[in-house]
Design a protein around this ligand. Structure first.
Ligand code: ADP
Ligand code: MG
Length: 626
């Protein structure tokens, strides 16, 4: 007698071993003293709902489906005496290969991540189990054994059964099942007998699964237990705050309340039901359900795309939620939807609604808007940077710190409202962080005259400026740029203290000798009052924002050489001219002045290299005192 070949003999029971990670995962789940284990039902129902959705999607394009007339539904049976429960769906089903892949092998990496996450003392399994594509295994929190029997929607597919007790192996064998879909039979653990009670199951469904879009029947009941409402199609007046929150939690598993929501219905120019949320945080939580950006797109209540990225511009990709449209053609493939020309129209309306909501936050709840800005400001800046025309709509949503208002956020309208008599430009300074830009020599004049300057200290700001050249009639101007100088000359009360021209010329020669090729020129500054020196770009150089953009883009980019401007009234320069100053020390100090200027610009290539020279200078200072 030959060994039965399990792959060709449908009678055979084939045994498989779980992968190491899965074993470990099962071990954790089985032994967890787990008070919220009811979520296993949520996970199984969510899988059933996914399977039904996928079947429905399949049926849009194919007639070749087993049991095409079968109702799309979930049925739950309980047997209290036997402590058994079964959950059956008429969804897409699984073939033998699929059942092995989906329930046996695939979850490795998810299992690993789950194991990591569950090691956190505060980890709440109910919140994390569904996250890593291991939701199905949560059944072992409540089960002594589980049998999954499934028949794929493909007419020629044969039924298959999968059986496991939560130990190291599972068995796969051929099965009898006439109808399409998947049935999950569970032998409940002794201490999980409550789940063989109908009312207990109802209660779990109301709590976790009310929004599942397919009817869930318990026992012989003809009435579905779940509400099945598409929240987004329900009128606002019928919805409670709690329902909105629940829906958000159930669809994102973000436990933090969203910052705001946008629920609207339009009929023209396109029909839309939409329920959108702006999350509280830009960063997706470790346990976030949604693993990608994008909105859920439904066509007449049927999910056709889980992560649609064409409904909003990229810079609004943090928005979560659901869009449903009666205008989307139903019986066509996804590609055709894209090509139908409807998407741009949907996008326009949706974008408009999101921006309107943000504008209304600005007006009606400025604190919320600030919270929004802290989290998502960078996205809006990206919007301005990437599209000058469309980006203009965002100008009034931008917020800045300024030299005069360092702790609060100012809009461009605030700034222009505070402009000085005759001021025609909006000034900004670009740098690495607000402390160093506030010290920048470029601000000397502005500080003295009490002129306001926007502080642009984030990498994204350099990109922002590429799209933001003008606000209303006011051009934006970098304070560092040489041309600004002539107009606003500092009040020169200390004119008398200026170094005599001839001496200053000598000084400049000294600087040029020492710095050589490293600067394009050394000259007297008209703009400096308190500061000793500054670096400016020669005429025609790439503007400083672009220089930064190149730097951030990681191009092999060398910062172009600059002009060193010196303050002719500065006492240190006067001392430097004194005949008794040691020539060697003078060179060292000139080097240091140049390095300091590079430092304030955030351009120094090797700041730590300064330490040695500083020591030299300190030694000289001590020697002079002695
Ligand atoms: P996830 O749902 O995140 O993919 P699960 O562990 O819950 O992870 O399920 C694993 C996979 O098993 C699913 O992706 C699906 O392919 C398959 N599956 C589970 N339940 C069903 C079902 N009722 N019908 C069809 N396929 C299912
Ligand atoms: Mg699942």
């Amino acid at each position: 007698m030959t060994e039965p070949n399990p792959t060709t003999n449908p009678e055979a029971v084939q045994s498989f071993s779980f992968k190491a990670e899965t074993k470990q995962l099962l071990n954790i789940l089985i032994h967890s003293l787990y008070k919220e284990r009811e979520v296993f039902l949520r996970e199984l129902l969510s899988n059933a709902s996914d399977a039904l959705n996928r079947l429905r999607f399949e049926m849009l394009t194919s007639q070749d489906v087993l049991d095409p007339e079968a109702e799309l539904a979930i049925r739950i049976q309980v047997d209290k005496d036997q402590r058994k429960i079964s959950i059956q769906d008429s969804g897409i089903g699984m073939t033998r290969e699929e059942i092995i892949e989906h329930l046996g092998t695939i979850a490795e990496s998810g299992a690993r991540k789950f194991i990591q996450a569950s090691q956190d003392k505060n980890a709440d399994f109910s919140q994390i189990i569904g996250q890593f594509g291991v939701g199905f295994y949560s059944v072992f929190m409540a089960a002594d054994w589980v049998r999954v029997t499934s028949r794929s929607y493909r007419p020629d597919a044969e039924a298959v059964s999968w059986y496991a007790t939560g130990d190291d192996t599972y068995q796969v064998s051929a099965a009898e099942m006439a109808e399409r879909g998947t049935k999950i039979e569970i032998q409940l653990k002794e201490d999980a007998a409550e789940f063989a009670e109908e009312f207990r199951i109802q209660n779990v469904i109301h709590r976790h699964s009310d929004y599942i879009g397919f009817p869930i029947y318990i026992g012989e009941a003809k009435e579905a237990v779940n509400k099945r409402t598409s929240l987004w199609r329900t009128s606002k007046s019928e919805l409670s705050e709690e329902q909105y929150q629940d829906f958000y939690r159930q669809t994102t598993l973000d436990w933090e309340e969203p910052l705001t929501r946008i629920h609207f219905v339009t009929d023209a120019p396109v029909q839309i039901y939409a329920l959108l949320y702006i999350p509280a945080k830009a960063e997706r939580g470790m346990f976030a359900l949604r693993k990608e950006d994008g909105l859920k797109l439904y066509s007449r209540n049927i999910l056709i795309d889980e992560y649609n990225k064409d409904l909003l511009p990229e810079y609004l990709r943090f928005v979560q939620g659901v869009v449903d449209s009666e205008d989307l053609p139903l019986n066509v493939a996804r590609e055709t939807v894209q090509a139908s020309g409807l998407m741009p129209r949907l996008k326009k309306v949706l974008t408009g609604q999101v921006l309107k909501e943000l504008e209304s936050l600005v007006k009606n709840s400025p604190e919320k808007y600030e919270a929004f800005w802290q989290e998502f400001g960078g996205y809006l800046k990206q919007g301005v940077a990437s599209d000058m025309v469309e980006g203009e709509k965002l100008h009034d949503l931008l917020r800045f710190r300024t030299n005069l208002h360092t702790e609060t956020w100012s809009g461009l309208a605030d700034y222009s409202g505070r402009m000085k008599e005759g001021q025609k430009e909006i000034y900004y300074i670009v740098g690495e962080d607000s402390r160093s830009v506030l010290r920048s020599p470029h601000l000397d004049t502005f500080r003295e005259q009490g002129m306001e300057v926007l502080l642009l200290t984030e990498p994204m700001d350099s990109f922002l400026l590429m799209g933001l050249r003008k606000y209303k009639d006011f051009e934006l101007k970098n304070v560092a740029q040489a041309e600004v100088s002539a107009e606003q000359e500092p009040a020169q009360e200390n004119e008398i203290e200026r170094i005599a021209d001839a001496d200053f010329t000598t000084l400049i020669e000294r600087f040029k000798e020492v710095l050589g090729e490293r600067v394009t020129d050394v000259r007297a500054s008209k703009r400096l009052s308190q500061s000793l020196a500054r670096l400016v770009d020669p005429e025609g150089a790439l503007n400083p924002e672009l220089q930064r953009v190149y730097k951030y883009l990681g191009k092999e980019y060398e910062i172009p050489k600059k002009i060193l401007e010196l303050n002719p009234s500065h006492s240190l320069l006067k001392s430097l001219l004194k005949p008794e100053t040691d020539a060697a020390l003078r060179s060292v100090i000139i080097e240091q002045i140049f390095d300091n200027a590079l430092l304030v610009e955030g351009l120094h290539p090797d700041p730590s290299g300064l330490a040695e020279r500083m020591q030299q200078i300190m030694e000289a200072a001590l020697a002079a005192k002695a």
